[in-house]
Design a protein around this ligand. Sequence first.
Ligand code: GTP
Length: 264
Amino acid sequence: EGSSSSSVIFKRKPIIIIVVGMAGSGKTTFLQRLVSHTQSSNIRGYVINLDPAVINLPYGANIDIRDTVHYKEVMKEYNLGPNGGILTSLNLFSTRFNEVVSLIERRADQLDYVLVDTPGQIEIFTWSASGAIITEAFASTFPTIITYVVDTPRSSNPVTFMSNMLYACSILYKMRLPLVLAFNKVDVVKHEFALEWMEDFEAFQTALDSDTSYTSTLTRSLSLVLDEFYKNLRSVGVSAVSGVGMDAFFNAIRDSSEDYMKNY
Ligand code: GTP
């Protein structure tokens, strides 16, 4: 009864966690924390780096785009600037992404999670054809969850918070996958204000009204949109630096992957 065929599949396959976040949100530090948490908790993890331009990765990657595509040479060969170079490197890598998926499939029985780091310039992954190809290749084979890392201290202003959530919302609708918001840096500012704003529309309105005197009709309509968005995601507070919130994060990922098996 409790064990439907989908939950059996879900247990066999690793869950793919694609980590995205604005520059400075702490995405790299967060991934480093996830990697060390999996290692110390006997969780079987696999790590994929999709950032061709990163110089020093603070964790070991099992698959690294830099082993296949040389970003500096791509820039020279195609006469591109830094962002064009990253985008073209990702395009080149995505043409062979089925090999990455097959490799994970062969190891599926030995893996619980695959942690995926994306380029520091978030839109290179979230708004490119290759980002979509890579995401779809994962999602057609494994439960795949997007984790959006939020810089909590920098989101404590209601207008900034709203723009950040609108961005996350656009990622949700672009990628059509379950989304987990990781409110990072809770060692500096706790994320309770964010939870309150997400749960209580009136509380957020009050905060907005005291902050902004213009575009009040627009901000009010946008926050109504967000209210609907919040019903479709999970949020956790984490600190990549102190390690707080890791169990809550993995619980949110597991719950999201169950949604995935039911709805996607
Ligand atoms: P990339 O775009 O991939 O380079 O990563 P990022 O810029 O999103 O984040 P990075 O991990 O480089 O972190 C940005 C800054 O935030 C660094 O100074 C980190 O030390 C800091 N940081 C990251 N996570 C936390 C955290 O949980 N708490 C605190 N206090 N600082 C953090």
